[in-house]
Design a protein. Structure first.
Length: 340
């Protein structure tokens, strides 16, 4: 049998899974509840009034949350989905990446609602070649109900693929090269330091990075309701307004949370280092590096002040340092205070 015939036969076997159930008579582990809604909204910074109070609804995008099985899974899950994935594994499609999801909301979910759901394998694509590798897109459709009434549809799509040999080799070489460059720099501080990763600048956040280049820390403010926001977005999370202007932040804030990175090596960084989430005085939160203090002395609640560090000839980044430091680091400029 030729390779082409084998692929055709595999494609026919995969197509036979379309319409087969991946989960039957599933029931949410917990009813829709206010604590989970609150955690979700706090994590996303979503302050919309519809999600609080006696008539609260759940954010629509939480739809999948109420159907997740956790570590113990759902008893109604069938073996069809695992069988499908097993066929692809055997065919060399051992890697997987989630590509996208689509949701429909026939009615809002409210605290106290108990959800039931069924999941079906909706579609298996033909053989596709992507930059990651060659494989098949698999789409599952989960229909959510409350008391027998449709409450949502969740389509989830993955790519199950065989990694492209060149791509795999490139990734290995990139990691090995990065580790080698950082190792050489540690051994010989005079050797050229690898460049830091460049921030992604697009039409939505270009104004923020222009401000950074001018050593100004700019945050957006909705012109309809006055709510500040960061990161920069095209619309207001609070009222949905599309108009906005900017406010120059004072730079004063406190460490809201932080993480210490020990692995993996990243070009331009010396491990370990601390990354902080700072709550600025203006009410928004911003991620950045903390400098001027050892990584193991960073604490939640630590007062910090923003500044700007010229990383290389092309890149300037906002950084944060403890306010107890009286002297700013070399090539760092403090954010000028603004009148309030």
């Amino acid at each position: 049998m030729s390779d082409e015939q084998a692929r055709d036969e595999l494609g026919e076997r995969l197509k036979a899974f379309e319409g087969r159930p991946a989960g039957l008579a599933g029931v949410g582990k917990d009813p829709v509840n206010a604590p989970m809604i609150r955690h979700w909204c706090e994590a996303l910074g979503d302050t919309h009034p519809a999600y609080t109070g006696p008539d609260a609804i759940a954010p629509p995008t939480m739809l999948q949350v109420w159907t997740m099985g956790g570590l113990s899974g759902h008893p109604g899950r069938t073996g069809a989905y695992e069988e499908l994935l097993g066929l692809l594994d055997a065919a060399g499609c051992t890697a997987v990446v989630a590509t996208d999801c689509e949701q429909e909301y026939p009615r809002p979910l409210r605290p106290g609602d108990e959800v039931a759901f069924d999941t079906v394998i909706e579609e298996v694509s033909g053989r596709k070649t992507t930059r990651l590798g060659t494989g098949y897109f698999i789409t599952t459709r989960t229909e959510v109900r409350v008391a027998g009434e449709p409450a949502g549809v969740h389509r989830f799509r993955i790519l199950k693929y065989a990694p492209a040999p060149r791509r795999s080799q490139e990734l290995r070489q990139h990691r090995q090269g990065s580790e080698s460059r950082q190792s050489r720099h540690r051994q010989d501080p005079e050797s050229p330091r690898p460049l830091r990763p460049r921030p992604v600048v697009n039409r939505d956040n270009a104004g923020f990075w222009q401000g950074v280049a001018e050593r100004r820390l700019l945050i957006q403010r909705c012109t309809a309701c006055g709510t500040p926001r960061h990161p920069w977005l095209p619309g207001c999370n609070a009222c949905g307004g599309l108009g906005w202007d900017t406010v120059e932040a004072s730079g004063e804030g406190t460490v809201y949370s932080y993480v210490v990175v020990h692995h993996p090596p990243v070009p331009g960084f010396d491990l370990p280092y601390a990354v902080v989430l700072v709550e600025l005085a203006e009410g928004v939160r911003m991620v950045g590096n903390v400098v001027g203090v050892p990584y193991d002395e960073v604490r939640i609640g630590m007062p910090v002040r923003a500044g700007f560090r010229r990383v290389d000839e092309e890149l300037t980044l906002p950084v944060f340092q403890p306010v107890t430091e009286t002297a700013l680091m070399t090539e760092t400029t403090a954010v000028p205070a603004v009148e309030r």
